[in-house]
Ligand binder design. Structure first.
Ligand code: FUL
Length: 493
């Protein structure tokens, strides 16, 4: 402002009045230098932002268990059992991509210890199987097929190993870290690394057939293992029950908390803490770190393929409901699709996935907010950079925000004609942190605002579903207890 005052002095008095009016006009017409809102910490890293944008990807559980009809192999299975005669990873990638999933996380080694790549550090692997005469490398095949088709590739490497004779001793940690480096060095880029929480119990352990318990807190020295992973894969995000980069959602049924904060404080968390699964589902509004939730769920009852479950693949409608309770609640969906003994994704699963895609496409094909008129009762500094028009401009980098002292704003979506609607989709501009804790949606009926739906958090995305209604306008009241709301996108279907 100061430089304007100086200039004001240098112009004739007669004009100064008009000049002041001009300044006021400019300030209100978007030329004033209004500052962008300050971030509310924690905020996501660049890699986490990219991960949020993926929204959904596939889990592949496939190993010796596929051939023994088990969920958890004991560790004494002969590698000779692994022989998928029609294995076709191009089919996997094709089915997964057409379903709208953006990547694959592969069980390179499950609890039974069998490795899907010819590890140099042991013999319990594909190299001693009849598959491709022991010359095959399934980790390489899947990572390359993903790359060829533009899918991201991730790794599950079970810490618990029921085959390895040294499990429970420091020698096993050395073995595990060698494998970590083997995978991180040779199969990247890896977008996500899955550290499974199931640890210790009975097993084969090199022939000793015993129960081995480990101290989950100290045995693995995770900080060092994670350092090794990130040394070779600096962009990788580490998943485990409580992060450090992605957290478990607390159940395997496909459901994130309706309230879902991306923040969590891990320093006071421990396995078995009362209320921990609920906390993982909801997050903590006062959490110190950005650790978003991932919803892992299988298309079938089991994680591995079992013929007896061929008729139990989830229906397209069940998968659609899961989409709404995971992606629709600001979490990412990790949908497990276990290939069968042939090495193919089973026809019934393909059918469910195809139907699911069709349901998503038809529900969310035409965004009615695109052509609607979007206004707000206030926006930051009356500056066009923060105007409500940013909410339907299809640009995720622009947003509507209010003044710092204005923790509530009403956004109006007005349709040209009365319109039948089922969903409102909202996205916060999470680069500036997650702020919003209350959303009230009303619709116009007979010139009055009537309650339609409410929600708490938004985060990366919230799809609010309601009984369909025909209306000419919506009023969306968005509020935050933390700082001014910052919203990048509104869609209506
Ligand atoms: C669990 C494992 O024990 C299951 O077998 C499966 O891999 C699931 C994704 O994680 O902890």
């Amino acid at each position: 402002m100061n430089h304007c005052v100086c200039r004001l002095k240098s112009i004739p008095k007669l004009h100064s009045f008009f000049y002041l009016i001009l300044l006021t006009f400019l300030a209100h017409s978007g030329n004033a230098q209004t500052e962008a809102p300050l971030p509310v910490y924690p905020i996501p890293t660049e890699a986490q932002l990219q991960w949020h944008e993926m929204e959904q990807y596939a889990f592949i559980h496939f190993t010796i268990n596929t051939f023994t009809n088990k969920e958890w192999g004991f560790g004494d299975e002969s590698p000779m059992l692994f022989n998928p005669e029609k294995l076709d990873v191009v089919q996997w990638v094709d089915v997964i991509k057409r379903a709208g999933l953006k990547g694959i996380i592969l069980t390179t080694k499950h609890h039974d210890g069998f490795c899907l790549w010819p590890t140099a550090y042991g013999s319990h692997s594909v190299k001693n199987s009849p598959w491709q005469n022991g010359e095959g490398d399934l980790v390489k095949m899947v990572s390359e097929a993903c790359k060829a088709q533009g899918l991201k590739f991730g790794v599950y490497l079970s810490p618990w190993d029921r085959n390895h004779s040294a499990y429970g001793t420091p020698a096993y940690i050395e073995y595990y870290r060698n494998q970590v480096q083997e995978l991180a060095n040779n199969y990247g880029p890896i977008f996500e690394w899955w550290l499974d929480g199931a640890n210790g119990g009975d097993g084969y352990y090199g022939g000793s057939h015993e129960t081995r318990r480990i101290d989950g807190k100290t045995y693995y020295d995770w900080a060092e293992t994670i350092r090794l992973i990130k040394k070779d894969q600096p962009e990788v995000l580490i998943f485990s029950d409580a992060g450090p980069d992605i957290r478990w959602v607390g159940n395997e049924s496909g459901i994130a908390g309706e309230t879902n904060w991306n923040s969590l404080s891990t320093d006071t968390l421990y396995a078995g803490k009362p209320g921990i699964t609920e906390l993982l589902g909801k997050g903590d509004p006062n959490g110190k770190s950005w650790i978003p939730a991932e919803v892992d769920v299988s298309i079938r009852p089991g994680w591995f393929y079992h013929q007896s479950e061929d008729s139990l693949a989830k229906t397209p409608q069940q998968l659609f409901d899961i989409y709404l309770t995971s992606v629709g609640r600001g979490a990412n969906l990790l949908l497990n699709i276990p290939p069968d003994r042939r090495g193919l994704i089973h026809e019934n699963d393909v059918k469910s996935l195809t139907g699911w895609r069709q349901l998503i496409d038809s529900a969310f094909s035409f965004n009615l907010a695109k052509t609607a008129n979007i206004t707000a009762d206030n926006f930051r500094g009356n500056d066009s950079r923060f105007a409500p028009g940013n909410l339907n401009d299809s640009n995720p980098e622009t947003y509507w925000a209010t003044n710092d002292n204005q923790l509530i704003g009403n956004v109006y979506v007005t349709f040209e004609n009365p319109t039948l609607i089922h969903y409102v989709l909202l996205q916060e501009f999470i680069r500036l942190g997650q702020r919003i804790n209350s959303v009230e949606i009303e619709y116009k009926a007979e010139n009055q605002w009537k309650h339609l739906a409410s929600a708490t958090t938004i985060g990366y995305k919230h799809i609010v579903q309601f009984g369909p209604v025909t209306t000419s306008a919506l009023r969306i009241r968005i509020a935050s207890d933390k700082a001014c709301p910052v919203v990048s996108n509104i869609e209506v279907y």
